[in-house]
Design a protein around this ligand. Structure first.
Ligand code: BTN
Length: 270
């Protein structure tokens, strides 16, 4: 078993009085994980927001989030026991390699989970599923042009369906898939070390180097419905190209290519 990350407390006031405990709870514990500086909170609003002001190669984890953010402005239920993690990575806006980042982060999470014995699949762009149930979600925020915040939420031993009954049957967790789910620190280490490697490959070798691994994660070809902001297109999802564009083969057999920013939503219909 790999050693867990060393910790050093940013606040050294952790002493007797209730007031100092409150103050201490608001200070993150800071440690190193590979190239990353990791800031760990007991509770915060959203790790993506906490990471917004940090430089590249910093990461934020929180045991719970009071205002976890999902895609499409949805709330992300972030109860204790899950991994709520955000990593700040350098970007070069407008370049093909950085348009590939959402897919690269999905790849990272799937490969980290595979190393722990959980076989997952991707649903475009980067929902991490087991069969049809969501195990992990990814939200990439860009608060300033040079940096992206990759927010990663993985259900571990938390039970989001207890907080939001609409999630019954929609989600799964590592605790229900494995006899012994990993600790949050082990999972954090797995994800961050792999994310560093994936980002380095993307930077040095470009998206082509990651493409076969990403396209191996969609599993069988599924019929999907694309919402192109009002217009609807159906077809067989064939994966992505090195520019991160979606490849769809409609029923007439002619392949169509869609820019990711034009696709509001992809729904699987088989
Ligand atoms: C989705 O809608 O599928 C994306 C969910 C992303 C959730 C993660 S949890 C860590 C980070 N902080 C947030 O507020 N959101 C992301």
């Amino acid at each position: 078993m790999a050693p867990s990350a060393t910790r050093e407390s940013e606040g050294n006031l952790a002493a007797a009085s209730p007031l100092s405990r409150i103050a201490d709870a608001a200070s993150p514990a800071v440690s190193r994980v590979g190239a990353w500086t990791l800031h760990e909170y007991d509770r915060c609003t959203s790790t993506n927001l906490m990471a917004a002001g940090l430089p590249a190669w910093n990461a934020v984890r929180s045991s719970e989030q009071s205002a976890g953010r999902g895609r499409f402005q949805r709330t992300w239920v972030s109860d204790r026991g899950g991994l709520w993690l955000s990593a700040v990575v350098p970007t070069q806006p407008g370049t093909p390699k950085w348009r590939f980042l959402p897919l690269a982060v999905g790849l990272t999470v799937c490969e980290a989970l595979a190393s722990l014995g959980v076989k997952t699949r991707l649903r475009w762009p980067n929902d991490v599923l087991v069969d049809r149930q969501k195990l992990a979600g990814i939200l990439i925020d860009q608060f300033i042009p040079q940096l992206a915040v990759a927010g990663i939420g993985i259900n571990v031993s938390n039970r989001p369906e207890d907080r939001d009954t609409a999630l019954h049957g929609q989600t799964t967790s590592l605790a229900s898939l494995l006899d012994e789910p990993p600790s949050l620190s082990e999972l954090t280490r797995q994800v961050l070390e792999r994310l560093q490697a994936t980002c380095t490959t993307l930077e040095t070798d470009g998206p082509e180097a990651l493409l076969p691994r990403v396209n191996g994660l969609w599993q069988q070809r599924r019929t999907v419905k694309l919402d192109l902001d009002g217009r609807e297109v159906r077809g067989g999802f064939e994966g992505v190209d090195a520019q991160g564009r979606l490849l769809l083969s409609p029923t007439d057999g002619v392949r169509q290519i869609f820019e990711p920013q034009d696709v509001r939503l992809l729904r699987e219909i088989d």
